[in-house]
Design a protein around this ligand. Structure first.
Ligand code: ADP
Ligand code: MG
Length: 238
């Protein structure tokens, strides 16, 4: 059997909040294979973003393991984790996180800036990524001249420009109306089907989650359901 793309074992994350502590993750265990399209759902505060930040190498667990393509991430130093994050992982957030005075194409080029891509090629690749999300005609616009859906597509192009093997989307439709949300999710669905990109999509909306092939539900920092292995996730025999 080949190594899963993501293998998370007994992951915990405890935050210190003044004198108190918050257990955002309480022993999550899961694997995700290459090419999967997985939705993560759960109420606000259930630990979804905490998990995504760890998967995206933005944060480290308090305990437990995270192997990405067989490499134990928690053991790596900050620079190596940053390199993995930049080269192999694309991120899309609820609030788009675009630079406001910067055109769409320049926003998409940003992740290439620190990599080995020659300058001339950076522009071509950014243009290709914008074309993939259908925004060639908006390349010279700044974010305030774009609709929410267009801004999220720019963010998606930026996430794709490095050709990551993993796309993490944390409530990417949280600021969008339902029709625009459906467009964005259809775009993710299509990316997964056509290029085999592995996608982990966080949403609290069951309709959005239904677009994925597999749904994992969190409650209070624990996995309470996994449509790929319902009996195992409930911790009981079928
Ligand atoms: P979700 O994304 O499912 O809404 P989060 O992972 O953001 O949940 O948060 C899980 C829990 O951890 C919540 O109780 C939240 O308040 C807490 N939390 C998240 N980030 C921090 C932080 N940086 N410092 C302290 N507590 C945090
Ligand atoms: Mg969140």
């Amino acid at each position: 059997m080949t190594e899963p793309l993501i293998a998370v074992t007994d992951l915990t994350r405890r935050y210190a909040v003044g004198e108190a502590t918050v257990d955002a993750l309480r022993g999550a265990t899961l694997t995700i294979d290459r090419g999967e399209f997985v939705a993560i759902t759960g109420a606000s505060g259930s630990g979804k973003s905490t998990l995504m930040n760890i998967l995206g190498c933005l944060d480290r667990p308090t305990s437990g393991g995270y192997r990405l393509s067989g490499v134990e991430i928690a053991a790596l130093d900050g620079d190596t984790r940053a390199e993995i994050r930049n080269r192999r992982i694309g991120f899309v957030f609820q609030n788009f996180n675009l630079l406001s005075r910067t055109t769409a194409i320049e926003n998409v080029e940003l992740p290439l800036f620190y990599g080995p891509t020659p300058l001339a090629e950076q522009r071509t690749r950014a243009a290709d990524a914008l074309a993939r999300v259908g925004l060639t005609h908006r390349a010279r616009h700044v974010p305030s001249q774009l609709s929410g859906g267009e801004q999220q597509r720019v963010a998606l192009a930026r996430a794709l420009v490095n050709e990551p093997e993993l796309l993490l989307a944390d409530e990417p439709t949280g600021n969008l109306d339902s029709r625009t949300s459906a467009d964005i999710v259809a775009m993710l669905r299509d990316l997964n089907r056509t290029s085999g990109l592995t996608i982990v999509l966080v949403t609290h909306d069951p309709e959005i989650a239904a677009a994925a092939d597999r749904v994992i539900s969190f409650r209070d920092g624990s996995i309470v359901a996994d449509s790929a292995a319902p009996a195992r996730a409930r911790g009981s025999a079928p």
